[in-house]
Ligand binder design. Structure first.
Ligand code: F6R
Length: 604
């Protein structure tokens, strides 16, 4: 969950590396560092704290040179400190390494190296890597061979960059279970853990696969398998626009991404769904007739997108759907076989638990389909089929636009399945029209946010909040509750409204805040009765609805546009995202980089 950047070319490396690190801070922000190769010397500047500290470090001006590697850290082994920051050097000072991932067998490797006279300055797992390279270099006198032998010894996950005076004009990179891309320039090349870090310079990328090694020079890039046999690779054109990874007029990425939702939903719908035509997905030839169960597997917000769309698949496709957290699914021997379709949802396409769950499903013979935002990411390369959300780069740690795009795309997928299975109906046609109307409805919500802002101001000092709803309103409540927790650090929980009286209502007393989502015409009365029950016990209530509701003593009622309950999470989540955002702003918190969290969770 750390961020990696690298540069080799004709420009000074440091400004490119700093710019890249700044745009990667969502991957980790407790320490940052840079190493530049200059006149056969590795110069390192690193410290704990944000990239801004590094940028302001006067020592940085000594780092001249056109070859460099950089890192922003999310601590796993060892506290955030200067010693534990990357890049790490080997004992001889001849190999500098930055690393994203976790080396599971680092204790064994460390004791082996210690027995061979190596000493260690940090508590990190990473520091074994430069020393291991140095250890093999002693006998092989070839850096590429030494790197390849070193990575063969590593258990766990890694994306590494290596520079050394022995290499002079190259950077060596390697990966396993951690993302790494190489951006191609003119007489210069870039390396990054995520595309947005170097999107300002290029749209052409190579994606390194697991167990591959690459030697990157300014005018040439070579790829090798784990036995150092040369391999060929295709260049991928990434259509994302560089400005889409900048804040523009917005104060924070999160707010920008919330406001981008009408546009990115339109792009996600694209040409897949048109009025009076059948839905269309390129290359999706799953034999649905034999599928008797769908599993939707993901983590966090992406899992909530699965929960919000389970109803559509079951309703229109008549296939039972189970939604599971990837971290649970992978360890519970799920009952799956060749007649199960497993759908994996992921913004980053790099989430370790989701990848492990996907591999398990593949081994069990299931059909696997990925719903992913980042083109070419690991999950897309493992799954049998991939369909992309077109949310563009999502930088804020808290996912907003990726969620709504996932929910939209899964709904379209359900329509497509229903059509393939022959379940066409007037209701299905109306549903398609409603999907097409979503961007305009989203805009209406985003145009008037005053009541949400006022309510956030009223309750931002509270310690606990509850979200309630039924069916899809419950699914979206879970997402609202997660958003609030992660960026405002307020404890919150989501309950199916009907469950309140089975326990949680005991928590309701004077002044407790409850958010009710009530958009289902068949269930609105029931949810409103539950809200009456909490109001009677002193709760301060905000209601999000698109129905005519009884006159209750709610502090705030947010009316959103009408739509079928199967699509309502796409609309009702907007006030919930904004509510979390304004609460965090009232608390003066860094909404884009909440504590302890990083954007892609590439470790277990
Ligand atoms: C919450 C959030 C996380 C992610 C989760 C999965 O706002 O962003 O819960 O949704 O870590 O990440 P992806 O979608 O990249 O697999």
């Amino acid at each position: 969950m750390c961020g990696i950047v690298g540069y080799i070319g004709t420009k000074k490396a440091v400004p490119v590396l700093i710019k890249g690190l700044l745009s990667l801070e969502y991957r980790g922000y407790d320490s940052a560092g840079i190493c530049v190769l200059n006149n056969n010397v590795l110069d390192v500047v690193k410290d704990k704290g944000r990239v801004k500290n590094l940028e302001e470090n006067p020592e940085l001006s000594n780092l001249i040179g056109n070859i460099g590697i950089a890192h922003t850290r999310w601590a796993t082994h060892g506290i955030p400190s200067k010693e534990n920051s990357h890049p790490h050097l080997d004992n001889s000072g001849k190999f500098a390494v930055v690393h994203n991932g976790i080396i599971e067998n680092y204790t064994e490797l460390r004791s082996m190296l210690e027995k061979n006279g190596y000493t260690f300055l940090s508590q990190t797992d990473t520091e074994v890597i430069p020393n291991l390279i140095s250890y093999y270099y002693e006998s092989k006198k070839d850096v590429l061979k030494a790197v390849s032998l070193a990575v063969t010894d590593l258990k766990g996950s890694y994306a590494i960059e290596v520079i050394s005076p022995y290499l002079k004009d190259s950077i060596i990179v390697a990966r396993k279970d951690s993302p790494l891309v190489i951006g191609i320039g003119e007489n210069e090349n870039y390396i990054a853990s995520d595309i947005p870090a170097v999107l300002n310079y290029t749209n052409k990328f190579y994606f390194l696969e697991d167990n591959e090694i690459s030697v990157i020079k300014k005018g040439k890039i070579s790829f090798f398998d784990s036995s150092l046999n040369p391999i060929a690779k295709d260049i991928k054109d990434i259509k994302w626009d560089a400005t889409s990874s900048e804040k523009g007029i917005f104060e924070d990425y999160m707010l920008k991404e919330i406001y981008e939702q009408p546009q990115v939903i339109m792009e996600t719908i694209g040409s897949r769904l048109k009025p009076n035509e059948k839905c269309y997905f390129d290359d999706l030839d799953i034999d649905l007739k034999n599928i008797n169960k769908i599993y939707v597997v993901a983590c966090g917000t992406a899992m909530h997108a699965g929960l919000a769309t389970k109803y559509t698949f079951e309703h229109f496709c008549k296939i039972p759907v189970e939604v599971d957290m990837a971290s649970e699914f992978r360890y519970r021997n799920p009952l799956i076989d060749k007649n199960t379709l497993c759908i994996f949802i992921s913004q980053s396409g790099e989430t370790a638990d989701t990848i492990a769950a996907l591999k398990l499903a593949k081994n069990a013979g299931c059909k696997t389909l990925a719903v992913v935002n980042v083109i070419g990411s690991s999950i897309t390369r493992i799954a049998d089929y991939t369909i992309y959300t077109h949310a563009g780069p999502e930088i804020a740690v808290a996912s907003t636009k990726a969620y709504t795009c996932q929910v939209v795309l899964l709904n379209i997928l359900a329509v497509y399945f229903a059509e393939v299975l022959g379940y066409e109906s007037k209701e299905l046609e109306d549903f398609k029209m409603e999907i097409l109307e979503l961007p305009a409805k989203l805009k209406l919500i985003l145009d008037d946010t005053k009541n949400i802002q006022d309510f956030a101001k009223e309750v931002y000092t509270k310690q606990d909040l509850y979200f309630i709803g039924r069916n899809t309103d419950y699914a979206v409540s879970m997402e609202g509750s997660l958003k609030l927790k992660e960026i405002s650090y307020i404890h919150s929980e989501a309950y199916a409204a009907g469950e309140l009286k089975h326990g949680p209502i005991a928590l309701i007393e004077n002044g407790v805040t409850v958010i009710g989502v009530a958009t289902n015409p068949n269930l609105v009365e029931k949810t409103m009765s539950n809200l009456e029950e909490v109001i009677t016990r002193g709760a301060n209530v905000m209601v999000i609805t698109n129905q005519v509701i009884p006159d209750i003593k709610a502090s705030c009622i947010i009316q959103i546009p009408k739509c079928t309950p199967m699509l309502s999470p796409i609309l009702s989540v907007i006030p919930l995202q904004l509510f979390a955002y304004y609460i965090a702003k009232n608390k003066n918190l860094d909404v884009d980089k909440p504590r302890n969290l990083a954007k892609s969770v590439t470790v277990e």
